[in-house]
Design a protein around this ligand. Structure first.
Ligand code: ATP
Ligand code: MG
Length: 317
């Protein structure tokens, strides 16, 4: 099976990078065809850099990347015909009307007029943009403009769609409309590479995810794989009845408003829940969220890096 995106030891050092630090170092990733693949990580982790290389806007410094089996260095034109992007920072052409930007984008991609017209109408409906159909893009609100970009890309016939923080700045209802459009595109066998800082969004949409930290992939897999690979796959919150001193043996304990949050292994979580219920404490228990995983794994990666830096300093002293 051809992978939608395949990166092999990909590295990128920007030519004018002040620090000379690699924006990507040795990233290997395999994004299957069809479905949503989430790319998450802190600011500056390298997500946009990865997308720009895969979308043939930027050349890698080392390693290789293929999109739909085509090389990003050499097969740029063939790749560009089969991909579409919502860049992190961009806006649709200001002097056009909403329906014109979507329609012209689809026409430029080679769709026959009748198809382009039909798809434009469907996409505007899907993202609740129909009421803005004839308004100039320059007069739309920021979030509405962002939705127009999403409509353009998600209405396209591209096999691979790169959505770099498509829902940043959207209200909760508009976000969910974009989610529906992403799910619809995914059902139509498109591959969607999605970056987002909304981890509920990444979790709700992605079949697989990669967590990037300082230019490296530190965790990869389905949400269930990710959960299985961390130290404490369960979270328990307890309010009242049980003092902190009784919680310490169960896992990682932290204080929260009115009580405690404990990350624990499954057995310990069950035992803790049983005890809390017996004593009449308020309790909630469940698998950890993607946000919990992010905080644990990225927190550990930062600690490890800081440890290594200190060691290097000590050795050089
Ligand atoms: N044009 C550029 N020139 C030099 N350095 C750059 C350039 N673009 C990005 N960088 C650096 O590359 C690193 C990765 O940036 P990138 O934009 O890929 O991160 P990101 O994961 O998309 O972050 P965010 O979540 O903030 O969008 C950062 O250290 C950034 O400062
Ligand atoms: Mg980015």
């Amino acid at each position: 099976m051809t992978l939608a995106i395949e990166a092999d030891h990909l590295g990128k050092v920007y030519p004018h990078s002040a620090s000379g630090v690699a924006a990507l170092s040795d990233v290997s990733l395999a994004v299957p065809t069809g479905g949503v693949y989430g790319l998450i990580g802190r600011n500056g982790a390298g997500k946009t850099t990865f997308i720009r290389i895969a979308a043939t806007q930027l050349t890698p410094t080392s390693g290789t990347a293929r999109v739909l089996g085509l090389d990003v260095q050499g097969d740029e034109r063939a790749i560009r015909a089969r991909i579409a992007c919502v860049p992190q920072e961009s806006r649709p052409l200001y002097f056009l009307r909403t329906e014109e930007v979507v329609y012209l984008y689809l026409k430029m991609r080679g769709l026959p007029s009748a198809d382009a017209r039909r798809r434009t109408k469907e996409a505007l409906d899907e993202l609740s943009l129909t009421e803005h159909r004839t308004r100039l893009v320059s007069r739309l609100s920021g979030g509405t403009r962002r939705r127009v970009l999403c409509a353009m890309v998600l209405a396209s016939d591209a096999d691979v769609m790169f959505l770099d923080e498509p829902t940043t700045g959207l209200d909760p209802l508009a976000r969910r409309e974009v989610w529906q459009a992403i799910r619809r595109a995914s059902r139509e066998h498109r591959t969607i590479l999605l970056t987002t800082h909304y981890l509920d969004e990444a979790e709700a949409l992605s079949g697989r995810l990669a967590l990037v930290e300082r230019g490296r992939v530190v965790l990869e897999g389905s949400p269930a794989d990710l959960r299985a690979r961390i130290r404490h796959p369960y979270r328990v919150t307890i309010r009242g009845a049980i003092p902190r001193s009784e919680l310490d043996g169960f896992g990682d304990v932290s204080e929260i408003e009115g009580g405690f949050l404990v990350f624990a292994q499954e057995e310990a979580a069950r035992e803790l829940a049983r005890r809390a219920l017996e004593r009449g404490a308020k309790l909630s228990m469940g698998p950890v969220s993607l946000e919990d995983i992010f905080l644990e794994v990225v927190g550990r990666a930062i600690d490890d890096d800081n440890g290594a830096e200190e060691k290097a300093l000590e050795e050089s002293a």
